[in-house]
Design a protein. Structure first.
Ligand code: PLP
Ligand code: ZN
Length: 399
């Protein structure tokens, strides 16, 4: 295995990977997996990837889990990167369609890797606070791994997520409150119950699964380049702009980590996309903090939005998200719920995709950023559709 150690993303303190870990023992901030990239590069090359399986485990060397241990997998990752047809206007627009993952959202990526590691390190009861999709993904991978899943969701979570978790055999608790209240309930009970806490960024490996979004983007765009008559070299060209619907921000943080790893591996150059965090107007802590020039984000008191995945009033990785937005010369932007609903139908009718409200927020943000002159014509933009619209019938069904 190529995992060397865990390192605190804030204070740098090293931690052992070989036992179950949550946050940094010194400062209570997220831990990152540090991979031995020099060793990785001996077996993982862009050429060897061509012959590998489609799932995210194709990047096995940069993921945790000893090579002789079978991952808990349902075929996650390897989702299509589709060129937008009509919505694109005069930009080079691509849609990363994550609704094709197991349990119909990108949460499958993080949970496949995190459940694999938790099981390997001896956990038997996994608990997660969830806006909906993470719960469904945990329920599925826990079932597959033969361990217990305990899912805590706000009582107004979309019905599909709740039913899905139950059908997958999870223990479901609905809480009259927000995801932060669900997290507090787990924190209060976990020691007594023997639960391992799988909250976003409170264990080190969901972000490792999510980082494969970055690897896939580079790989998929590279293929486009090689086919193109203008292709000059084998270096993959990352997009100019990425629009990501940020709740806890795991995907954004994971992709940024992947870009650095790929640069070390010599697969990409120094160029980075301008990263934009898209949030809902009723819950936009990152947008507020970004605009105020803050390094961390204050909790939003009355968080509300139909985009349940974006109803995250306080993110433990806020300081990491804000740093990435600034370093990449990107930004943060908020979108109204009505705008999400109407743009969803526009995307559905023009591109053939029934997108989730979180994905719709990114398309709405794209329009706003174009109007504001923050994305120029001809630029290559990737928008994330992080899940399926099918899970949000209450929000979309207007008769
Ligand atoms: C469909 C969807 N999109 C986006 C998000 C936000 O993801 P993250 O917490 O990685 O920022 C979620 C989280 O629940 C989600 O379910
Ligand atoms: Zn620390």
């Amino acid at each position: 295995m190529f995992l060397k150690r865990l390192e605190c993303s804030a204070c740098g303190r090293e931690h052992e990977w070989s036992r179950l870990q949550n946050l940094c023992g010194t400062c209570n901030k997220p831990l990152f997996a540090i991979v031995d990239l020099a060793a990785v590069s001996r077996t993982l090359t862009r050429e060897t990837l061509l012959a590998r399986e489609k799932s995210l485990w194709r990047y096995r060397e940069v993921l945790p889990l000893p090579l002789d241990v079978e991952p808990t997998s349902l075929g996650e990752g390897g989702t299509p990167l589709l060129r937008a047809r009509k919505f694109a206007d005069d930009i080079d627009l691509w849609i990363k369609d994550e609704s094709l993952n197991p349990t119909q959202s990108f949460k499958a990526r993080g949970m496949s890797v995190a459940v694999s590691m938790a099981k390997y390190l001896g956990a038997t009861k996994l608990a997660v606070p969830s806006a909906g999709n993470a719960g469904g993904a945990l329920a599925a991978y826990a079932a597959r791994a033969g361990v217990e899943a305990h899912v805590f969701m706000p009582s107004d979570t979309p019905r599909a997520n709740v039913v899905e978790c139950r059908e997958l055999g999870a223990h479901v608790t609905l809480i009259d409150g927000l995801i932060t209240d669900c997290a507090a309930e787990i924190a209060r009970r976990k020691a007594n119950e023997g639960w391992f806490d799988m909250s976003t960024l409170k264990e080190p490996y969901r972000v490792e699964g999510k980082k494969t979004l970055g690897y896939e983007l580079a790989e998929q765009l590279n293929w486009q380049h090689r086919k193109s008559p203008r292709a000059r070299d084998l270096r993959s060209e990352l997009p100019d702009v990425i629009l990501y619907p940020a709740g806890g921000g795991t995907g954004l943080i994971g992709m940024w980590k992947a870009f650095d790893e790929m640069e070390t591996l010599g697969w990409i150059g120094k160029k980075r996309p301008r990263m934009f965090a898209v949030q809902a107007a009723g819950c936009a802590p990152i947008v507020r903090a970004f605009e105020a020039g803050e390094k961390s984000a204050a909790e939003i008191p009355d968080a509300h939005t139909i985009a349940s995945g974006l109803r995250v009033p306080k993110a433990i990785g806020d300081f990491l998200i804000l740093k990435i937005l600034r370093e990449s010369n990107g930004g943060a932007i908020a979108v109204d719920d009505e705008e999400m609903i109407s743009v969803s139908r526009e995307v559905g009718a023009s591109e053939g995709l029934f997108i989730c409200p979180e994905g719709a927020a990114c398309f709405a943000a794209l329009k706003l950023l174009r109007l504001a002159g923050k994305i120029a014509s001809g630029e290559r933009v990737v928008v994330f559709n992080t899940g399926s619209g099918i899970k949000y019938l209450e929000a979309y069904d207007r008769g």
